[in-house]
Design a protein around this ligand. Sequence first.
Ligand code: CTP
Ligand code: MG
Length: 229
Amino acid sequence: MRTGVIIVAAGSGERLGAGVPKALVPVAGWPLVAWSVRAVQAATGVSAIVIACPPGLEAQMAAALGSGPPVQAIVPGGSSRQRSVANGIAALPGDVEAILVHDAARPLITPDLVDRLTAGLASSDAVIAAAPVADTLKRAGTDGRVQATLERSGIWGAQTPQVFRAGVLRAVFAEADEDELDAATDCAGMAERRGIGVALLDPGTPNFKVTTPADLRLAEVLLGAVHIA
Ligand code: CTP
Ligand code: MG
């Protein structure tokens, strides 16, 4: 299946506080975003990769990624994650059969995970990486005190990559209004709202999002052990 990939890398990384956009922060020898690009380049069937980048930093992003098939396009991101995805969709070639959306902030993505997700499109319009929540869930007030313990069974944490049949994701975004593009936090949620079935796939390996300096240190340790050819 010809897959077009969108890597959203246009966030500022406020919580990381590195002084440069999060996607460009070095991790184990590569800019954070480059780990995701390398993984999707090595996956099966990927025919195009679009990277949504902080506006004005396109040249810096191109330099950080270097070259390599398939040809990459770098587009300016939007003011919200979903607007960055929308810009990416607009830049993908019309012939892709699947669209995979991934956060540059999740560098532990593997080619095998991409392959397993796209294989799932044989029986579902959408397949997303996600993991069952292991902690007991509490609802708390602003005073930091527990109000209630929540039922945990059946609760999953959504991750990326998220892959969709191309026509399905294009239709979802064509319907979305400005408010939805500002408020939605992932593509699967936008699809679910329209009755599209979304399958969950547990990667079975760490796939956390680098949000804080502690996350960055953990990613550094895990990726430092990966051999780079
Ligand atoms: N993202 C994006 N465009 C935006 C906002 C976010 O492309 N306008 C991307 C980020 O680059 C990241 C992913 O969406 O890869 C998930 O966002 P998050 O982890 O929140 O990253 P940041 O928004 O950069 O971090 P922060 O919220 O701490 O500023
Ligand atoms: Mg953010």
